[in-house]
Design a protein around this ligand. Structure first.
Ligand SMILES: C[S@@+](CC[C@H](N)C(=O)[O-])C[C@H]1O[C@@H](n2cnc3c(N)ncnc32)[C@H](O)[C@@H]1O
Length: 208
């Protein structure tokens, strides 16, 4: 990871370069959101069987270095990792090759979430971690419409909410998703990376 002298702040890069700034951040290896592994909260959800995950098709929008994509994929679940950054996608594809993970389990795709066309049967599982929060607030309703469009009826959204803000009724997920989703699982104290302790909520939402 490069020092902050090389790149002053993520916000500055994105303000100056727009969406292309994500590529710059990956190129410069300035990715402070990346802990090099999947979140303890996701592991806890799955390994402690807190919520059963459906098989079928999964999507991780803004997948970054792809740890969650590999983790969520299985014999019965194909997972697509989608990211705007060509550099991050090339890296994940390289890792997929090295790990010899077949395309029948995992696909990495460069592209814009807002233009993403779902497979015919849509997704049964979508995982959002530090993706919604990376978008500017005016894009949140658009994020919610797209999530609603991408998930099949009865499919689920796993939203690991970070950072917990000071919104009156918690993070804005309920107002964004409430019309089309029912919240079926919530943990306001999941396992977290040390630096994020107390700043994350785990939630699972079922598409109506
Ligand atoms: C804060 S990073 C989080 C990455 C990953 N989820 C993680 O936790 O390590 C946000 C990611 O979203 C990607 N991104 C931003 N806007 C996007 C968009 N419109 N469509 C797809 N990916 C996008 C960025 O390239 C970046 O990889």
């Amino acid at each position: 990871m490069k020092s902050e002298q090389n790149i002053k702040s993520i916000k500055e890069v994105l303000d100056n370069e727009g969406a292309a700034g994500w590529d710059t951040l990956y190129k410069e290896e300035y990715t402070p959101w990346d802990f090099g592994e999947i979140s303890p909260a996701l592991k806890q959800l799955i390994e402690e069987k807190k919520f059963p995950l459906p098989d079928g098709r999964g999507l991780v929008p803004g997948c970054g270095n792809g740890y969650d994509v590999f983790y969520l994929s299985s014999e019965g679940r194909h997972v697509t990792g989608l990211d705007l950054s060509q550099i991050s996608i090339e890296r994940t594809q390289q890792k997929q090759k090295e790990l010899q993970i077949p395309d029948s389990h995992v696909t990495f795709q460069q592209g814009d979430f807002f233009g993403h066309i779902p497979p015919k049967e849509k997704y049964q599982v979508v995982y959002d971690y530090t993706f919604l929060c990376a978008l500017s607030p005016e894009l949140r309703p658009k994020w919610a419409s797209k999530i609603t469009e991408l998930i099949s009826s009865n499919g689920i959204l796993i939203a690991l909410m970070y950072p917990i803000g000071d919104h009156k009724d918690g993070p804005p997920y309920q107002e964004l998703l409430g019309e089309h989703f029912t919240r079926e699982y919530f943990d306001d104290n999941p396992k977290s990376f040390e630096k994020r302790k107390g700043k994350e909520y785990m939630s699972v939402w079922r598409r109506k």
